[in-house]
Design a protein around this ligand. Structure first.
Ligand code: AMP
Length: 427
């Protein structure tokens, strides 16, 4: 199948071919014709599947065919809501690059940066607005955005938005939108809460699904390297050096840990930067740009900061520490092996983390191969200690005593904690 056969207009085909895409991904093959027909979509797709182009291309075409903006005044006709600033910025980049030959204007608004330049852009008029929920509501309360004439709403990574505590903000935003509109709803997982939200929003949606729920990205090869906690940094430097990795995304549980690790890697002579919610937006954008351009070899990230990061052809992901919540593992390794490319995910696992590893393997419904690296054999006399989650000294062991995953999801109290914590760092 080709992009031409999907019924896209020539301006879009030209932009797509300039991006170097020749064949639509499965989600694009399914979603594009349905969106062009005007159908609501319930999309089960993880990042890395090409879903952004799957909704952006037909959205641009629909806006073109629904007529020119009123004379002298543009109004927001399409709104894309995303959970994080990085994802918002990336979606807007996609809108701009796919729409480069069309006379449509878009902008992106998110927190952590000055609001006035955003107000100015909105005042100049935009057709497509990409936004995170909190900052969008700030604009609503300042009456600097009008959503009353919306034609198309996209909720991207809806499960992440709920996990991050945005449900009330989302409901407030929905109440401002016209009833009659096309809604495209994307989520990697479908909890009861997500289904309720989708039910309230969608009118006889077409189901579009490309990745099974909770399966790790297919093409990512995974391995666990057992190692003592104290020797993880040494092992990481060794792996990067001996395998000559040029671009590696490393996950840490805490912001403090991410900072410390990136400083230590720099001391080891490896260029590195940290990205997390305590960094200013400028620092986050810079770190990501330097990583993408190859100026820094290692980007050390926390889970929240890494959500939605789209780095072309990212070959290696390292879990320097396993995540507290098993589902985050799936999300982390999904940063590599995107759009069908090969990817490799390594986890450096110490004795404290064996329970977390078991949770992950239960969620994946398979064991991850364990490979001990010569000279880094774990010392069997070291006993497991509770894990410091970096949250006011609360220990992982204490929090999870009754914490059986519910359908692979963390227990509700854990989800709430995450929500409160992350909303701030994301917005
Ligand atoms: P997404 O899932 O939307 O975040 O996209 C993941 C990555 O796949 C992005 O880097 C896109 O640029 C890339 N991509 C999207 N569609 C295609 C395609 N048809 N062929 C090759 N790469 C694609």
């Amino acid at each position: 199948m080709s992009f031409e056969s999907l019924g896209l207009r020539t301006e879009l085909l030209r932009a797509v071919s300039e991006k170097g895409y020749s064949v639509p991904t499965p989600i694009q093959q399914q979603a594009i014709p349905l969106v062009l027909e005007g159908r609501d979509i319930m999309g089960g797709a993880q990042t890395g599947t090409g879903k952004t182009a799957g909704f952006t291309l037909p959205l641009l075409q629909r806006l073109m065919s629904s007529g020119k903006p009123e004379k002298g005044r543009r109004i927001v006709r399409a709104l894309v809501l995303t959970p994080t600033r990085e994802l918002a910025a990336q979606v807007n980049e996609s809108v701009e690059s796919y729409g480069k030959y069309l006379p449509l204007r878009s902008t992106v608004i998110f927190g952590g940066v000055k609001i006035n330049p955003q107000i100015q852009k909105l005042r100049n008029g935009v057709d497509i607005l990409v936004a995170t929920p909190g900052r969008l509501l700030d604009h609503v309360s300042q009456k600097t955005v009008d959503l009353s004439r919306l034609d198309i709403l996209v909720l991207d990574e809806a499960d992440r938005m709920l996990d991050m505590g945005f449900i009330r903000d989302i409901r407030k935003i929905l109440a401002l939108l016209p009833r009659q509109k096309q809604t495209l709803f994307f989520s990697a997982t479908f909890s009861d809460e997500i289904k309720r939200l989708a039910n309230d929003l969608l009118r006889s949606p077409a189901l579009v699904e490309v990745a099974q729920r909770n399966t790790a990205a297919e093409r990512v090869s995974q391995v666990v390297h057992p190692v003592d906690k104290k020797r993880k940094r040494e092992l990481l430097s060794y792996l990067i050096g001996s395998k000559n990795w040029k671009q590696v995304l490393v996950f840490n549980r805490t912001k403090h840990g991410a900072n410390r690790l990136s400083e230590q890697l720099i001391t080891d002579g490896i260029t590195a930067a940290a990205i997390h919610g305590n960094k200013s937006q400028g620092a986050r954008t810079r770190a990501l740009a330097d990583f993408k351009s190859g100026k820094v070899r290692v980007l050390v990230a926390t889970d929240i900061a890494a959500r939605g990061l789209d780095i072309n052809e990212l070959p290696h992901v390292v879990n320097y520490e396993l995540p507290n919540v098993a589902e985050d593992y799936v999300h982390r390794i999904g940063r590599t092996g995107r759009a069908g490319r090969e990817g490799e995910a390594m986890s450096l696992v110490c004795v404290d983390e064996l329970k977390l590893l078991r949770d992950i393997e239960r969620l994946l419904k398979r064991d991850i191969p364990k490979v001990v690296i010569d000279d880094f054999e774990p010392d069997p006399s070291i006993k497991a200690e509770p894990i410091n989650t970096g949250r006011g000294g609360r220990k992982q062991g204490a929090r999870r005593t009754n914490a059986k995953p519910q359908n692979g999801r963390p227990p509700l109290h854990a989800r709430r904690n995450r929500g409160n914590r992350s909303r701030r760092s994301a917005e």
